[in-house]
Write a protein that binds this ligand. Structure first.
Ligand code: 5GP
Length: 206
């Protein structure tokens, strides 16, 4: 299914602790107007996380009802919890011609590709080494040891999907990662749907 939209999608994946949100925030002024897709999850909020800002936190029952109702563009189970992207706000943002940024896992990336490949750009963001990821997760100290170990195991699985992404952003120094991210986001915005290209060709030919 390829739908006609005026906007474009930028999918970001990478292990928790890779610095995705820091990079997006630092780049936000330079990349211009965008819509950051707020996911719905069944996991509990971390210290400092806000409902409707970081995630919509819901129960398993409510999440499963949304699956049944077809409300998700994509969803997946990560670290034993459900995470999903609601279809409606994404559709609206795309119809308004916005760049829509997703922070989703590798399963979600595959599903978005399958549905909206023509307008999708993707980047995998990771610290340079596994050891560095461990160090950052421990420094963040918002998760207990078990959760950290689960995240590292998950990261080992995710890194294998790196080849499926358009770009790899190695977050060694934040400044450099932000610079690269800005370039990727600006290019992502320029991606046009097949429908739009067809229209352009028709108009051009007169
Ligand atoms: P965290 O619990 O650290 O916030 O996120 C865990 C993982 O779930 C991350 O890899 C993140 O990218 C992914 N994730 C967050 N929201 C979604 C979503 O809506 N869909 C999918 N497929 N993955 C998500």
């Amino acid at each position: 299914m390829q739908e006609a939209h005026r906007g474009a999608i930028l999918v970001l994946s990478g292990p928790s602790g890779a610095g995705k949100s820091t990079i997006i925030q630092a780049a936000s002024e330079e990349i211009g107007e965008y819509y950051f897709s707020i996911s719905t999850t069944t996991r509990s909020p971390r210290v400092g996380e806000e409902e409707g800002k970081d995630y919509f936190f819901v129960t398993k029952k409510s999440f499963e009802e949304d699956i049944e109702a077809g409300n998700f563009l994509e969803y997946a189970q990560v670290h034993g919890n459900y995470y999903g992207t609601s279809l409606k706000p994404v559709r609206e943002a795309l119809d308004e011609g916005k760049l829509v940024i997703f922070d989703i896992d590798v399963q979600g990336h595959r599903l978005v590709r399958a549905k909206m490949d023509d307008i999708t750009t993707s980047a995998f963001i990771t610290p340079p080494t596994r050891q560095e990821l461990e160090k950052r997760l421990r420094a963040r100290s918002t998760d207990d040891e078990n959760v950290i170990l689960k995240r590292i195991e998950n990261a080992k699985g995710e890194i294998r999907a790196l080849g499926e992404y358009d770009f790899a952003i190695i977050n060694d120094t934040v400044e450099e990662a932000v610079r690269e991210f800005v370039i990727v986001a600006k290019a992502a915005r320029l991606k046009q749907s097949q429908e739009e290209k067809k229209k352009f060709i028709q108009t051009w030919l007169g």
